[in-house]
Structures are given as C-alpha cells and as structure tokens.
Design a protein around this ligand. Structure first.
Ligand SMILES: *[C@@H]1O[C@H](CO)[C@@H](O)[C@H](O)[C@H]1NC(C)=O
Ligand SMILES: *[C@@H]1O[C@H](CO)[C@@H](O)[C@H](O)[C@H]1NC(C)=O
Ligand SMILES: *[C@@H]1O[C@H](CO)[C@@H](O)[C@H](O)[C@H]1NC(C)=O
Ligand SMILES: *[C@@H]1O[C@H](CO)[C@@H](O)[C@H](O)[C@H]1NC(C)=O
Ligand SMILES: *[C@@H]1O[C@H](CO)[C@@H](O)[C@H](O)[C@H]1NC(C)=O
Ligand SMILES: *[C@@H]1O[C@H](CO)[C@@H](O)[C@H](O)[C@H]1NC(C)=O
Ligand SMILES: *[C@@H]1O[C@H](CO)[C@@H](O)[C@H](O)[C@H]1NC(C)=O
Ligand SMILES: *[C@@H]1O[C@H](CO)[C@@H](O)[C@H](O)[C@H]1NC(C)=O
Ligand SMILES: *[C@@H]1O[C@H](CO)[C@@H](O)[C@H](O)[C@H]1NC(C)=O
Ligand SMILES: *[C@@H]1O[C@H](CO)[C@@H](O)[C@H](O)[C@H]1NC(C)=O
Ligand SMILES: *[C@@H]1O[C@H](CO)[C@@H](O)[C@H](O)[C@H]1NC(C)=O
Ligand SMILES: *[C@@H]1O[C@H](CO)[C@@H](O)[C@H](O)[C@H]1NC(C)=O
Length: 620
C-alpha cells in the first residue's frame, strides 16, 4: 500500500514528538554543555602543566558534554556550569582567565592544588565571578596579598583561605575590611594566614552577622580584648582562635556573650585570670577546648547549665584548683553528655568525690600531673562508659578499688607515679594499656586470659609485687611493651615467655628471678630493649640474641651468667648500650665480638669474666 502524504506527515510529527521527548528526557538527566563554557574549560586545561593523578583525563574536546567531565557540575535546567571542584587534585599550573566565561559559576574549589594566577598571585579576576557562593583556595601557594576584589563576591557564603603559604611562609594580610562587603558569608576559614597587623579584627567580623563558622587559628592575632558596643554575631556557632598569643585576661575576650557558640577553641592562647561568669550562660556549648593557656587561669564558674557539653579540655591552663570543687561545677542535667574531660597539669589538689553520678557518660577522664590526694573512690565504678582512666603523677593513696577492674569499656588504665597500695586489680577485661608503675602495689601479678589477649602495653615496674611471673603472661602475645622491673618477683623466667611476636621492650631487671634465660622461641626481630640485669639468672647467654637485629639496649649485668659471649652479638649494628658486667662469663672479648658495633655509646663488661689472668679492660 502506497503511503498517503497525510500519513507521512503524521509519521513525521510522531517522530518529531518522540525525539523531542527523548531530547527533553536526556536533557533532564544530562544537560548538554554550552559550547562557550566548554571552550573556557579547555582553555583552563591549557594552563595546567602537571596533573599528577590524571584527574583531567576526561577533559577532552571530543567528549562534547563537558557537564560529564571530572569536577564539573552543570545546572540541570539551563546546562550552565555551576560548580568546578578541583580540590585535592594537586594540579599544577596557571588559573586561566577563561574561567570568567563561566558566568553562572557558584562553586569553585581549588584547595591543595599548585595553581596560581599570573606572577604567582591570586588572580584578580576571581573577584568578577559574581555568582560565586563557595570559594575554597585553602592550602594553595600564592605570592601576593589577596586582593580586596574578593569583596565584590557579594553572594559568597563559604570562603576558605586557610593554610595559604608562599615558600613555606604564611601569607600576610594587612586589610580585611573587604570581608564586610560579604553580607551572606556563613563560613570563614583563614587559619594560618598572618593577620598580625589587623588590630580590629573582631569589629570586622562583627559586621558579618551571618557568620556561623569563624576559624582564625594560628593567625598571629595579638589580642581578643576589643570591646564591641553591640554584638551582631548572633548565629556564630564555631569559633577557633587557638594558637594566637593573646596574653591578656581571659575575661576581657570579646566573645563571651556569644551564647550561640557550640564549639569554642582557645587552645594555646596564653590568657590569664579567672574565666568570666558569662561562660555559665553559654548553654549551646558542646566542645570547649581551653588547653595550654599557660597555667595562669582560674576556673570558678558554675557550668551546671551547660547541658550540651560533650568535651572539656583544660590541660595546662589553671594555676591552681580543687578537683572536688571542680567536678561539683560540671553540668548536672537530665542527660549526661560529657564524654571527654581532660584536666592535665593544672596544679590541682583535693580528693576525688565518691559521688560522680553526673559523669556517667565519660569515656575519657584525664587528671594526669596534678596533686590529687586521697583514694580512688568506689564511685568510680559508676563511670560505666569509661575507656581511658588517666591518673598518673598524683598523690593518690589506698588500694585500687575492685570496680576499676570491672569497668566494662576500660582500654587504658594509667595510674603510675602515685602512692597506691594493695593488689593489682582483677578484671581489666578490655584493657589495651595498663601502667601502674611507681606505686607501692604488692601481691602477685593477676591477669585474666581475656585481658591477656588484648594487652599491648603493661608496665608494673617499681612496685613491691611478689611471686613468680605467671605463666598466663605467655598468652599475652600482642604485647609490645612489658616492664616488670624493680619488684620482688621470684622464680624462673617462664619458658614460653618468648611467644611474643611484636615485643619491642622487655625489662625484668632488679627482681629476684632465677634459672636460665629460656626464651627459646622468642621472635626477637622486633625487640629493641632487653634488660634482665640485677637478678639471679644463671646459665649461658643464649645464641639467638645474635638474631635480634633491632636491639638497641642489652643489659644482662648483675647476674650469674656463665660461658662465652655469642660472637653474633658483635653483629648487632643497632646496639648503643651493652652491659654484661658483674657476671661469671668466660674468656675474653675479642675484635670479633665488636666488628659491627659502630653505634655503641656505652659498653660495660667490667667484672664480667672468670679472668684466668687475662682480664679485658672495661671500655666505654
Ligand atoms: C540534577 O539532576 C540530578 C540527577 O537527576 C539530581 O540528582 C540533582 O539533584 C539535580 N540537581 C539539581 C540542582 O536540580
Ligand atoms: C579539598 O576539597 C576536596 C574536594 O571537595 C574535599 O573532599 C577535601 O575535604 C578538601 N580538603 C581540605 C583539606 O579541606
Ligand atoms: C568591584 O565593585 C566595584 C563597585 O562595586 C567596581 O567598581 C569594581 O570594578 C568591581 N571590581 C571587580 C574586579 O569587578
Ligand atoms: C555582655 O554581657 C554583659 C553582661 O550581660 C554586658 O554587660 C555586656 O555589655 C555585654 N557585651 C556585649 C558586647 O554585648
Ligand atoms: C546570664 O543570663 C541571664 C539571663 O539572660 C542574665 O540575667 C545574666 O546577667 C547573665 N549572666 C552573665 C554573667 O552574663
Ligand atoms: C605538687 O605540689 C608540690 C608541692 O607543693 C609542687 O612542688 C608541685 O609542683 C605540684 N605538682 C603538680 C603537678 O601540681
Ligand atoms: C577542696 O574542696 C573541698 C570542698 O570545698 C574542701 O572540703 C577541701 O578541703 C578542699 N581541699 C583542699 C586541699 O583545699
Ligand atoms: C595459653 O595458650 C595456650 C596455647 O594456645 C593454651 O593451651 C592455654 O590454655 C592458654 N592459657 C590459658 C590460661 O588460657
Ligand atoms: C608459648 O611457648 C610455649 C613454649 O615454647 C608453648 O608451649 C606454648 O604453647 C606457647 N603459648 C602460646 C600461647 O603460644
Ligand atoms: C641472689 O641469690 C643470693 C643467694 O641466694 C641472694 O643473697 C641475693 O639476694 C639474690 N640476688 C637477687 C638480686 O635476687
Ligand atoms: C638465627 O637465624 C637464622 C636465620 O633465620 C637461623 O638459621 C638460626 O637458627 C637462628 N639462630 C638462633 C640461635 O636462633
Ligand atoms: C637495625 O634495625 C632496623 C629496624 O629494625 C633493621 O632493619 C636493621 O637491619 C638493623 N640494623 C642492623 C645493622 O642490624
């Protein structure tokens, strides 16, 4: 049948409609790229001299749809390039002015690339990309000041200029007034930019009322005590001023009335004096980082209303304090959010209270290096989320309560350098690190098998621990550090003591251990320090010691070792200290023994030998 013209027209119309739908459908999924913008991107690509990860592999003329190129995003409806994300690509080269053709660009991320403008500057034309809302130039390298032209980017919401270096020096900004022309700015990160000449920086920031995040860490700011007549920063929730040297009273900081702040970091700002009472009103706070301010501050503020507080770090900041009173001022709310409490090196005194019900969510409790007295209270057993209990270098007395051993999540227990008595706690099922050294603990070493299989670090040195080394220690095969020195341990070194596969440090010195060194199966390639001195060990120096190639310190002095020194010890090229003195070793040490000991700093072989009239000289 011959087709009538009418039929043909219908068919044509159907085909056209179909292809229209197809095009529209495809267009919705994959906007076709606009030729002018593709050319601009290709011109930009021309400026790239090195692309170490072949990130721009897809940027090719023959791949027409530039919206599909890596890092490029187009608007679904219009097909215009709206986003160019080359962050973290380590591209090297010049930023081509062709970018100006991307008139609809809203998002430009060049972080950690080695791209720059002509003369190594920040290219001025960036200030003309007037639709930009997000600009990230962090970690880049520019030679010259950032042009105030960036102040023309009036739609900017996100600006990251952090870590801009030039030949490893921080870039210097002498004018930031242009920031006040960015009324929509929400996120401003200028950390590691040198702002030392800008005295009125809080006044500038106060004129950007939309700010939510302000990061001025390590900007060489000289003070934060400027007075603001009216506070406009009502939505600020992140303020990082860490590592700027302020040196003025804490209470004069301009930011203490900004009650919207959730994250406040004043670490390393060297401020002094009392914290202001207005801190008690900052009820949005979740993280408060106040460490290393120089031990000239005092904290008398009642924090009981800071119900959202999760982290409080205050290491090395207080000149004095009373832990009993301090803990009493921590938040008391229907839900206990505080997880992280670190109060190291604050000259604190007082005793730990038994009532710690408001701290039951703590996972880290660090009171290291204070002068806290009294016993560890029984109430500590209620801190059932505790993962790290760090109380070293205090004046704690009494026994370690049983509850400590039963804390279900405890991974790190450090209570060295105190005056604790009594037994080593039982339990400790999840512990990875245990350091109870330098106390007055007594009784035998008691360790459960569960503990043993996880334990990486065990230091019980400088106590009065008695009894033999328990065979269970053989099963602690993950240990990398084991120190039982300066105790009253007796009996033989257990034969399976060498089952450890990652042991780096082993000291059993100054005990009353007897018998030979039987560590036959020791997998000693990782062993760096072996100290068995000052015991009553007998027998010979085992030949396998010559296979422990990582050994740096080897001390077997003050024992009753006999026989020859294995010649392979002379091949331990990493050895810096070798002490075999005060034994009953046979023969002389020969050149053969010392061929490779190039790094040896200390060698003591005195009184080592059954002399037979041919005593060697001690060498150092
Ligand atoms: C564009 O389309 C993609 C895929 O359909 C979709 O995931 C995306 O949200 C759209 N973007 C915009 C800005 O509409
Ligand atoms: C750099 O940009 C990439 C890509 O957007 C992002 O994933 C990354 O977090 C940024 N790097 C830094 C250090 O901000
Ligand atoms: C910035 O804006 C001012 C006026 O608001 C204008 O005179 C100037 O040319 C603009 N600069 C750039 C680089 O667009
Ligand atoms: C901060 O609050 C105190 C006490 O409410 C008030 O005296 C002071 O004027 C406030 N400062 C600012 C800058 O608002
Ligand atoms: C805390 O806030 C209350 C209520 O807004 C106010 O009355 C009080 O003055 C504030 N205290 C300080 C120290 O700013
Ligand atoms: C503990 O107190 C002694 C004596 O007052 C003092 O010398 C020492 O510095 C204090 N140590 C700490 C860590 O506070
Ligand atoms: C610490 O504070 C408590 C409670 O106020 C008090 O009883 C105790 O005497 C103080 N301790 C020291 C050493 O000042
Ligand atoms: C220690 O390990 C050995 C060998 O795997 C095993 O036979 C022994 O039962 C373990 N000791 C304990 C106390 O579980
Ligand atoms: C440790 O070594 C001893 C003796 O070499 C052996 O009998 C024992 O099974 C080993 N224990 C483990 C847990 O491997
Ligand atoms: C070694 O044994 C002798 C005699 O039994 C004893 O007097 C001495 O104290 C012991 N030395 C050590 C370090 O245990
Ligand atoms: C030292 O290592 C070599 C090579 O792995 C091995 O043949 C030898 O038996 C080992 N010597 C001792 C005493 O373990
Ligand atoms: C020194 O120790 C390293 C690391 O364990 C090891 O690779 C190296 O072979 C040792 N050097 C000598 C001379 O044994």
């Amino acid at each position: 049948m011959a087709r009538s013209p009418a039929n043909f027209v219908l068919l044509l119309m159907a085909a056209a409609t179909w292809s229209f739908f197809l095009a529209a459908y495809a267009g919705r999924l994959q906007p076709s790229c606009i030729g002018r913008e593709r050319d601009a991107l290709l011109a930009f690509n021309q400026g790239i001299s090195d692309d170490p990860y072949d990130y721009l592999e897809s940027w090719r003329q023959e791949r027409q749809d530039c919206c599909q190129w890596a890092g490029v995003t187009c608007d679904n409806a219009t097909g215009h390039v709206v986003k160019l994300d080359l962050g973290g690509t380590y591209l090297v080269g010049q930023i081509s002015p062709s970018l100006l053709s991307l008139e609809h660009l809203e998002y430009l991320n060049l972080n950690w690339t080695r791209l720059c403008g002509p003369d190594g500057r920040v290219p001025e034309f960036l200030g003309s990309l007037k639709n930009l809302r997000h600009l990230d130039l962090s970690g880049m390298s520019f030679s010259a000041l950032l042009p105030p032209k960036l102040g023309n980017l009036s739609k900017l919401e996100y600006l990251d200029l952090s870590n801009i270096l030039h030949f490893n020096k921080r870039i210097v900004l002498t004018d930031i007034s242009w920031l006040t022309r960015l009324p929509l700015l929400v996120h401003l990160d200028m950390s590691w930019v040198n702002l030392s000449s800008i005295a009125d920086w809080p006044l500038v920031m106060n004129k950007i009322p939309s700010l939510e995040l302000l990061d001025l860490s390590a900007c060489s700011l000289s003070s934060a005590n400027q007075s603001l007549t009216h506070l406009d920063l009502t939505t600020l929730h992140f303020l990082d001023l860490s590592y700027n040297f302020f040196g003025h009273p804490i209470a004069s900081g301009w930011f203490w009335n900004v009650t919207s702040i959730k994250y406040l970091d004043l670490t390393g700002t060297s401020m002094c004096g009392p914290f202001p009472d207005s801190l008690a009103n900052m009820t949005s706070l979740q993280q408060l980082a106040l460490s290393y301010m120089g031990n000239e501050a005092t904290m008398t503020v009642d924090l009981k209303n800071l119900c959202d507080l999760e982290d409080l770090s205050l290491d090395g900041s207080l000149s004095s304090g009373n832990i009993t009173e301090f803990l009493d001022k921590l938040p008391r709310c229907s839900s206990n959010r505080l997880q992280y409490l670190s109060l190291r090196s604050n000259n604190m005194v007082g005793i730990l209270p038994n009532r710690m019900g408001h701290l039951t969510n703590l996972s880290l409790f660090d009171l290291s290096y204070n002068n806290i007295t009294g016993a560890i209270p029984l109430g500590i057993r209620n801190l059932s989320s505790l993962e790290s209990l760090l109380l070293p270098s205090n004046l704690l007395t009494g026994a370690i309560p049983l509850g400590v051993g039963n804390l279900p999540c405890l991974e790190s227990l450090h209570i060295s350098n105190n005056l604790l008595t009594g037994a080593i706690p039982l339990g400790l099922r999840n512990c990875i690190e245990v350091d109870l050294s330098n106390n007055k603990l007594s009784g035998p070493i008691q360790l459960g098998i569960e503990t043993c299989t996880r334990l990486l670090y065990l230091d019980l040195s400088y106590n009065s621990i008695t009894g033999p080394i328990p065979p269970i220690l053989e099963n602690c095969t993950k240990l990398y550090h084991l120190t039982l020195s300066n105790n009253l341990l007796t009996g033989d070194i257990p034969p399976g003591f060498g089952n450890y596969t990652s042991l780096q440090y082993l000291s059993l010195s100054s005990n009353h251990l007897t018998g030979p060194i039987q560590l036959e199966t020791v997998s000693c390639t990782t062993l760096e320090v072996l100290n068995l001195s000052d015991n009553n060990i007998t027998g010979v120096i085992p030949p396998w010691l010559g296979n422990c190639t990582s050994l740096r310190h080897l001390s077997l002095s003050k024992n009753h070792l006999t026989g020859h020194v294995p010649s392979k010890i002379g091949l331990l090229g990493n050895l810096t200290q070798l002490d075999l003195s005060n034994n009953n070793l046979d023969g002389v040490i020969t050149e053969e023994h010392l061929v490779s000991l190039k790094n040896l700093e200390h060698l003591d072989l005195s009184l080592s030998w059954n002399c037979h009239g041919r005593c060697p000289r001690a060498r150092t």
